[in-house]
Structures are given as structure tokens and as C-alpha cells.
Design a protein around this ligand. Structure first.
Ligand SMILES: [Zn+2]
Length: 168
């Protein structure tokens, strides 16, 4: 089984095996949690880490970039933030906290493809209601509504499911 990350009508998608998807999200959670400063930046990283196959099931966490909880008012700076997160993941930011070493030959092309899709995205493609709906659906105990706590072991932003790296 596999997961697919897409961008609306863009013909070339990013396909990853279930195991590679976990690695992809682990390294984005590490660099994203280290770099996120604003609420919008933290929300994007929590949302990505929430695509947790240990809780949602293998092969069920593909998404389209328009489904991320973008704030249209800060789209450009948030997209630039995510591109920086990918670049720092490629520079192995935080990898010393992993109990394994990612297979770079498999991972790096996926990070590059993710950057390509992000770079091609336009603010008009962001679904305007996603952020509000996601927050409205979040439980009162959800980390995203409680000051963005982090995993003490991995220093990664927690989701409703816990730490993506601990779980996977
Ligand atoms: Zn953890």
C-alpha cells in the first residue's frame, strides 16, 4: 500500500510506500517543530504530523496540498516556511533524535517533489474553510488548542494522536 500527495490538477503526484511516508512525516515533524514560530506555522506542522498511520491506518494518509489548514492571509509566508522546513529536513535537522537513519536515496527525491508541488501552488488553490473546520472539530483537549505542547523525547509538536515519531 502507498500514500499519495497531490496538488489539484498538477499531473505528477508524489507516491510513497507506507514506510517511506512515516519517514517523510518524521523528518518534516522534526524540522518543522524546530522552525515553527507563529501559530499558523505550528498548525501546519501539527496537521502534517496528524497524518499518523499508526492511528489512521496504513495507506490512508495521502492528501492534496489544498487540504492543508492554510490561512489565506498568511499563505505566502507560510508556504515559504514549509519550503524552509523541507530544506532543513534535507539538511538532516534533528535527525539525531531518530532511532534510525532514513534512507536518503528514497527520501530526498520525495522531499524535492514535495517542494516542487508547494512551489507550484497558488493561494487560490487553498480551500478557504479547511482551517476553521479543522479547529472547530478539534477536541478541547487537542494540543492544537492548548499551546502546542511538544514531545519531551523528540521535541516535535504533538497531535491529537501524540508524537508521530513515538507512534511510528
Ligand atoms: Zn516522541
Amino acid at each position: 500500500m502507498a500514500n499519495m500527495i497531490s496538488l489539484k490538477e498538477e499531473p505528477s503526484d508524489l507516491h510513497m510506500s507506507n514506510g517511506l511516508t512515516d519517514v517523510f512525516l518524521d523528518v518534516l515533524a522534526l524540522s518543522g517543530s524546530a522552525l515553527a514560530r507563529t501559530k499558523e506555522e505550528k498548525q501546519l506542522i501539527v496537521w502534517l504530523a496528524e497524518q499518523d498511520q499508526s492511528r489512521l491506518g496504513g495507506g490512508t494518509v495521502g492528501f492534496d496540498l489544498c487540504e492543508l489548514p492554510w490561512n489565506p492571509c498568511t499563505f505566502e509566508e507560510n508556504r515559504a516556511f514549509l519550503l524552509q522546513v523541507v530544506a532543513e529536513a534535507r539538511a538532516r535537522l534533528g535527525w539525531e533524535r531518530l532511532s534510525y537513519h532514513p534512507n536518503e536515496a528514497l527520501l530526498f527525491p520525495c522531499l524535492d517533489k514535495f517542494s516542487d508541488l508547494l512551489a507550484k501552488m497558488d493561494v487560490s488553490q487553498a480551500c478557504p474553510d479547511v482551517l476553521a473546520n479543522w479547529l472547530a472539530d478539534a477536541d478541547v483537549c487537542d494540543p492544537v488548542r492548548n499551546g502546542f505542547p511538544k514531545c519531551p523525547r523528540h521535541n516535535t509538536l504533538l497531535t491529537w494522536f501524540g508524537c508521530h515519531i513515538c507512534n511510528n
